[in-house]
Design a protein around this ligand. Sequence first.
Ligand code: FAD
Length: 433
Amino acid sequence: MKTTPFWWEEAEPEHSERSFDNDSCGALIVGAGYTGLSAAITMAEAGISNVFVVDAMRIGEGASSRNGGQIGNAPKFDLAYASRKFGEKRAREIMDDYEQAMPFLLQRAATLTDPFDLNLTGSVVGLHSRRDMRKLQQIRDSLPAEKRADFELLDEADMRRVLNTGIYRGALVKHDQGGLHPAKYVRALANRARALGVRIFTGWRYMGADRDGGGHLVRLADASGQTAVIRADKVLLGANGYAGPELPWLRQRIIPMQSYMIATEPLPFARLEELIPLNRMAGDTKHILYYYRRSPDGTRMLFGGRARFRDSTEEESAQGLQRFMLHTFPSLKGVDITHSWLGNVCFAFDFVTHLGRMEDGVYYSSCCNGNGIAMATFMGHRAAEMVMGVPGHDRGVVNTHFPRLWFYNGSPWFLPMVGNWYRFLDRSARWFD
Ligand SMILES: Cc1cc2nc3c(=O)[nH]c(=O)nc-3n(C[C@H](O)[C@H](O)[C@H](O)COP(=O)(O)OP(=O)(O)OC[C@H]3O[C@@H](n4cnc5c(N)ncnc54)[C@H](O)[C@@H]3O)c2cc1C
């Protein structure tokens, strides 16, 4: 079993430029994932010259080349929750940001020349309890008529035509969603950015920035201890779940968490078509959710989730995920696991994505809250608008209060307790169903 992402078989992250022949730039973006690269594309398209993207690892080596490739934009909260926190006007704009993420991704995708296995056959959400069914029925009833067709609810028996498992009470089919090859997608974004003149530097860690007139002197270091200082007019952090101790302000506000995936050996196409027809993306409504799909060619099962709520190795997580997979699809007993991998997602204490500016003038876009292909692509764009001061940028998630807990320093010691609580909630949802 390999402990690298299945996606890297076809699109392993690559290094880019190493040496700086120019020690100043218009904008320096930290992070060559969807957020940073999307921001760079928007800036370059707007005519900002000399945009630098700097990453401590290879291009896209963070979550952007490791995720499940399921494109969705559902926030982890509703309008009532957001209204209580931010007031109704801002809350509506925040919901609108989430709503716009998927159309924006498709718009951006249309400008990319490299293929990345985009598939828009829809997604299926398995409903853990009858209560979930009732909640979703209410949501469906509140949708405008033209949106209801894309939001189909199926009972337990009908569900089998879209997801052939016996573990759910029914399913929601979202016909307007789909999936992609995450590592090919991040590579396509990088190539588009480069074609627009963006320079990408890898193997350099951002260590901080000092004010320099209207700009910043950015301190960088590589793994061998070599250092560099670059003058940048603007600085944007797109570090998400890989923000380290060098970014203390962000670390106090984010909960980085590992998420895990496995891939099976190739199987006959028809065998998996029977389990997940049409190669739709799949997930469920549990607190400790499973998310799964077939490989783009339809021959492997790719299964993900949070097998544990403490850091684990790829070998440990593979055992848990295989158990979850067999619980969902018992017919996969005896099938070999060929890949097991993990990556960091990033949560905010209020489950909202946050964009803003720190006291030192450095901008940030942070917290995909586990669901960031569409959202990070769009937030990169919104962050670029914020950095460029585009009129009207201060709406939705931009400049919302980014909460922190006074006793928290970036190390989420409480996650095992949260895991136990979620396990209890998932079990009790079935006891009282
Ligand atoms: C296993 C897994 C499954 C997932 N499944 C899905 C899914 O199916 N659908 C979905 O929508 N989302 C999913 N996600 C979430 C999604 O992958 C992320 O939301 C998205 O990739 C975030 O992109 P990003 O550019 O913000 O962050 P990342 O891709 O994580 O990039 C951050 C980059 O910042 C760099 N960095 C950090 N600190 C520094 C520094 N100081 N100096 C230089 N560089 C630095 C890192 O090296 C990294 O490359 C999943 C995530 C994981 C891990």
